[in-house]
Write a protein that binds this ligand. Sequence first.
Ligand SMILES: C[S@@+](CC[C@H](N)C(=O)[O-])C[C@H]1O[C@@H](n2cnc3c(N)ncnc32)[C@H](O)[C@@H]1O
Length: 293
Amino acid sequence: MPETASIGARHHRTDALLARATAALADLPDATPRLEAELLLAEATGWTRTSLLAWPERAPPDEAVATFEALLARRLTGEPIAYIRGRQEFWTLELRVTPDTLIPRPETEQLVELALDRLDAQRPLRIADLGTGSGAIAAALASERPDWSLVATDRSAAALAVARDNFRTLGLERIGCLRMDWLAALASGSLDAILSNPPYVAGQDPHLDRGDPRFEPRSALTPGGDGLDAIRTIAAETGRCLRPGGLLAVEHGFDQGDAVRRIFASAGLHRVETCRDLAGLDRVTLGHLPDRG
Ligand SMILES: C[S@@+](CC[C@H](N)C(=O)[O-])C[C@H]1O[C@@H](n2cnc3c(N)ncnc32)[C@H](O)[C@@H]1O
């Protein structure tokens, strides 16, 4: 074999490609270099991550190497890996995501866990996921509780189209989709629970201009101001839409627990409490409409 060919082959081996990409990604803030290198090479080759690791000496075809270089170049501009791959794991599911949807975060699984823990699994409950984005919360709940009836809402038609697509792919077409401004078009007293991961970042928060959020829809991240306006609106309208005793639970920032509990109390909610995430930070506040009588 001519020397140039053998050098080329060595450089195109799976292990060499991964090592080079890992080194390049090390300079990117917030990246997980080795994992992302593997995900991008798996994406470009169509090979599984397991097989990349099992056959480190294998050289992908030239076209796959070119695709890998292109994907890596995109990632090195800061574009989120979830948008490059077009998908993100959430709960036990894989969801399609696009720049029209927030990238679902692991913290939001806390809201799913809480709903599964607090709501009666045996009853055919009616539940709304407000600001559904890719459909993450509604899909996770529907996949766990076949008897629950779920409606997923968003003001963004583009996000709702992605959610609908995810529900279809996951065999969860029974989830209803409604385009609307928070609870505006929901019938009075119709729901057992309202769940939401609304935009809650303060308008001037510098994190909006760092890392993945630079590429996500601004309207999914912040309502502007102190970041609490969406939660204020949802809490204020909840009384009309929940049945007596019904549950409202929202995700919020780690430093917003006190403020959200006050908002919930002013909206007439009872048994208000804030739950912490796995990092021990305030993450979800919940409250109940008073029981009848
Ligand atoms: C933080 S994202 C949450 C997305 C998804 N639930 C998740 O957890 O990955 C907030 C969502 O609220 C939607 N949203 C923003 N303002 C809204 C409004 N006034 N009414 C309904 N949805 C809104 C955004 O389009 C976005 O999809």
